[in-house]
Ligand binder design. Structure first.
Ligand code: UD1
Length: 416
């Protein structure tokens, strides 16, 4: 079992290059399945979730080559089934469904089921695909999906702007017959990135990143070379690490615009954040100031993926902060570990009430999920003494060598 041993209390200073976005790389890898020829995806982060997506492609008969941060996919699928083990390994594997239906007209895959964050329903994905002509049956937790006469365009209104459902329906729509109009679509920047890749491959998508997206189906797509956008949640993680250690960091390859809701909270904490074209610099405040109320919302609201991350600096901020989680049911599992490190946090329904304490101390803690683990890592960097953090398989799903990144800006951290 691997663990991080972290010597806390060291101020982080220097420059970090932000990795490519996991939540963009995964749907783009699924999208590569739709394309004839070769796709060359640059700035693809080296993450266990990305490797799992490549294993899904390989399992479908495609060829995938990983060379540093470049993943090359030659999609000549020969299979239509995604093995159960791969479905469980990465919950977002469901986004392969829309692409598989578009390319092969059929797909059998396991139900992604619940996960660390609570139930993960896919009703919106399935209802939308059915409107486009897919036939979907469920047997023993396995979904059998076909599109006998091919998919056709449709008008689809999403009751909630689900990121995964928007991506799945976009993937299904690009080669469907006729026009698809998605309303109340998710507006996350990763959706615009997916659409930019698809359009470069020959798709005809308008409005991605807005709540109404129009897609004109095209006959076929051809792979291209594409650079994955920077990871806004990884950027938020390093900013929070600077805040908790009283540090000064400059992030390279960071997109300030897509992080505005997070940067605004850091401003409220009295940190000084400088937004530049492809850089964000932060000079942390001492003491940090509590944030009276904060609620996670679909983009452009405060991202649920940054909720746990922001909790760590709020633990040592002056005053009381209230953080409400409105997207997922079970996303406060990291707070027990923070309390073990000396934080004062109470959970009341969907809100966490955080009373700032003067400082945290090291402890033995275990990551419960990806961003919860990141919150523990950030807290440990700001704590006095040593923290031993286990459960690294969660953190490795979303961060490419975080110990190297953090050591390069002065953190005391090693993987054992
Ligand atoms: C994606 C992100 C994840 C992020 C989340 C919300 C990827 C790979 N993952 O996940 O990191 O936390 O967006 O920003 O990009 N829902 C339904 N029915 C559905 C689909 C979703 O009820 O058919 C509900 C979910 O239970 C959840 C909410 O909608 O409460 C948001 O889910 P969704 O936006 O779909 O998240 P994901 O795409 O799974």
């Amino acid at each position: 079992m691997q663990k991080f041993v972290i010597q806390g209390g060291r101020r982080l200073t220097g420059e970090i290059r932000v990795q490519g976005a996991k939540n963009s790389a995964l749907p783009i890898l699924a999208a590569a399945l739709l394309c004839k020829g070769e796709s060359c995806l640059e700035n693809c982060p080296r993450l266990s979730d990305v490797f799992a997506a490549c294993r899904i492609l390989t399992g479908l008969g495609c060829r995938c080559r990983i060379d540093g941060e470049t993943v090359t996919v030659r999609a000549d699928p020969t299979e239509t089934a995604i093995p159960e083990a791969l479905m469980q390994e990465m919950r977002s594997s469901i986004i392969f469904l829309g692409a598989a239906l578009g390319r092969m007209g059929a797909c059998t895959l396991g139900y992604p089921g619940g996960c660390e964050l609570g139930p993960r329903p896919i009703d919106l994905h399935l209802a939308g695909l059915r409107r486009m002509g897919a036939r979907i049956t469920e047997e023993n937790g396995c979904l059998h999906c076909t599109a006998p006469g091919g998919l056709h365009g449709a008008r689809i209104h999403l009751q909630f702007p689900s990121v995964g459902a928007t991506e799945n329906l976009l993937l299904a729509a690009v080669t469907a017959k006729g026009e698809t109009i998605l309303t109340n679509a998710a507006r996350e920047p990763e959706i615009a990135d997916l659409a930019a890749y698809l359009n470069r491959c020959g798709a005809c998508i308008e409005g991605a990143g807005c709540s109404t997206v129009r897609v004109q189906g095209v006959g076929e797509l051809t792979g291209c070379t594409y650079r994955i956008m920077p990871d806004r949640i990884a950027a938020a993680t390093w900013l929070a690490a600077a805040a908790v250690t009283g540090g000064e960091l400059c992030l390279r390859d960071a997109d300030a615009q897509s992080l505005e809701s997070f940067l605004d909270v850091l401003d409220q904490m009295h940190c000084r954040c400088i937004r530049m074209d492809d850089r964000i610099c932060i000079a942390a405040a001492r003491p940090l100031r509590a944030v009276r109320y904060l609620k996670t919302m679909p983009y452009p609201g405060f991202p649920t993926d940054a909720q746990a991350i922001v909790t760590a600096p709020l633990c040592i901020a002056d005053g009381t902060s209230v953080v409400e989680e409105s997207i997922f049911e079970n996303r406060f599992r990291h707070t027990d570990a923070l309390v073990k490190m000396g934080a004062d946090i109470r959970i009341a329904g969907r809100a966490a009430v955080i009373r700032g304490v003067p400082g945290l101390h090291g402890a033995q803690v275990c990551a419960t999920d990806l961003r919860g683990g990141a919150a523990m890592l950030i807290a440990a960097l700001g704590a006095q003494g040593e923290t031993v953090l286990t459960g690294l398989q969660h953190i490795d799903r979303g961060y490419d060598s975080p110990e190297h990144v953090l050591r390069s800006v002065g953190a005391g951290i090693r993987r054992e």
